[in-house]
Write a protein that binds this ligand. Structure first.
Ligand SMILES: [Mg+2]
Length: 428
């Protein structure tokens, strides 16, 4: 539990709140199905003893079962183990509702994964007492609105790196503060491999520098860690460990939005593949608008069935409207298919680069005529209307330039562990 707030005028402060949901997928399953509560549960991708658990409930963890444990082995350790097939769309749905709940209390600065997020605290929440009270409100909010099984461990610390470590120190339902003035403090209870950034390959390299414990690591100077990591990653680690601001504390900048698709055989003719490319672009453009970005660079890549990959790209004044972007794509498509000699297409990728925030100034508009500006505004409004209709009535209710039925089946949203689909994406 956090250290008591001192009564002196110098009260301790923290800058980051890191929230890690406990046994996330398994907890969602227990929330949805009361019969699973209090029982050892493993979430699995397929129904087979040869597979591995992708999550384990608190009760299963007591048997040493965790993410990656082979199910045959898990059953030997715990004959009563219940396996449940993963329901990724449900985990994504809970993820978005959990963020909504956290944001009723404080804005989330960065979503780190489907079950981890971090908040950069503002001046009123930096004093430990206020940060602790916020953490407790978030925990209570999750219990009240998401359900009793949805618990989390929260870490409070001077930077995000240490806040994540703090969130790992007590599970389940933890609340731990690592204070700058108390460092290294509880860090000394950890093994080197407990720290994120120290994997199996890194540990021997630290040993080679004479670092075998967290106490050694704490005592090492920045140059030693620079050498151990072989570059600036070591310097960053040193700053993170000692509570300084780190690069990851800066807001994340999104650089690309893209979609690609391997075509079913019946979609491999050039006209059908062209429709798929347009569909991918509209999906990317819709995401672009939802994230309040414009893009100034499009890249199209096509792999033909027997042969090389053909590519084309174009740069333009940043836009977010589907009609202009569709025109750029039409031009790129012709260029790419000429290279590909109009052969059958196996894979199509469309990527938007050079993203700028919607609020940044549009230079060329200074020189545009009133008619051009009006036309541009109309196109942008139309794009937003298309988004709204598709959100309300389902994906492909309205599209530009093709018949929806030809490609409806391919553009379903799938879960990705590296990127959590937005709920709206299931309809785009
Ligand atoms: Mg977790």
């Amino acid at each position: 539990m956090p250290a008591p707030v001192s009564s002196s005028d110098h009260s301790p402060c923290v800058d980051w709140l890191f929230l890690d949901l406990n046994s996330y997928f398994a907890s969602v399953e227990q929330q949805l199905n009361p019969a699973l509560r209090g029982k050892p549960v493993a979430v699995v991708p397929v129904d087979s003893d040869a597979t591995c658990a992708i999550a384990a409930s608190h009760e299963a963890k007591k048997y040493g079962i965790k993410t990656g444990t082979n199910i045959g082995e898990a059953r030997r350790r715990c004959p009563d183990l219940i396996t449940v097939m993963a329901e990724h769309d449900m985990y994504v749905e809970f993820h978005h509702r959990i963020i909504e709940e956290v944001e009723r209390h404080f804005p989330v600065h960065v979503i780190c994964s489907i079950d981890e997020m971090a908040c950069k605290l503002d001046a009123p929440r930096r004093p430990l007492e206020a940060a602790t009270a916020l953490a407790k409100r978030i925990k209570q909010g999750l219990r009240d609105r998401m359900g009793e099984c949805i618990t989390c461990s929260i870490g409070l610390a001077p930077n995000r790196f240490l806040a994540k470590i703090a969130s790992d120190l007590q599970k389940p339902d933890g609340l731990v503060a690592l204070l700058q003035e108390e460092l290294p403090g509880r860090l000394l209870d950890l093994e080197l491999s407990d720290l994120c950034g120290i994997g199996r390959r890194m540990e021997p390299r630290l040993h080679a520098c004479g670092i075998r414990t967290v106490a050694d690591l704490w005592a090492a100077d920045r140059e030693t860690l620079h050498r151990a990591w072989g570059g600036v990653v070591g310097d960053r680690f040193w700053h993170g460990l000692h509570g300084g601001p780190t690069e990851e504390d800066a807001p994340p900048i999104r650089r690309t939005i893209g979609h690609s698709h391997v075509l079913a055989p019946e979609l491999r003719t050039p006209p059908a593949a062209g429709t798929v490319a347009r569909r991918l672009l509209l999906k990317a453009a819709s995401r672009l608008r939802r994230m309040h970005y414009r893009a100034g660079h499009m890249h199209l890549s096509v792999r033909v069935e027997q042969g090389p990959r053909c590519e084309a790209q174009a740069k333009f004044e940043p836009v977010a409207d589907s009609i202009l972007l569709s025109r750029v794509l039409a031009d790129l498509w012709l260029r790419v298919m000429r290279q590909a000699r109009w052969q059958r297409v196996k894979k199509v990728s469309v990527t938007l680069f050079d993203l700028v925030a919607d609020s940044s100034p549009r230079q060329l508009e200074l020189f545009a005529s009133a008619d051009e500006l009006a036309a541009k505004e109309q196109r942008e409004n139309l794009s937003h209307v298309l988004d709204q209709i598709n959100q309300k009535h389902g994906r492909d209710s309205v599209v530009i330039g093709f018949t929806p039925d030809t490609v409806r089946t391919f553009s379903g949203t799938k879960i990705a562990f590296t990127r959590i689909p937005d709920r709206e994406e299931f309809k785009e």
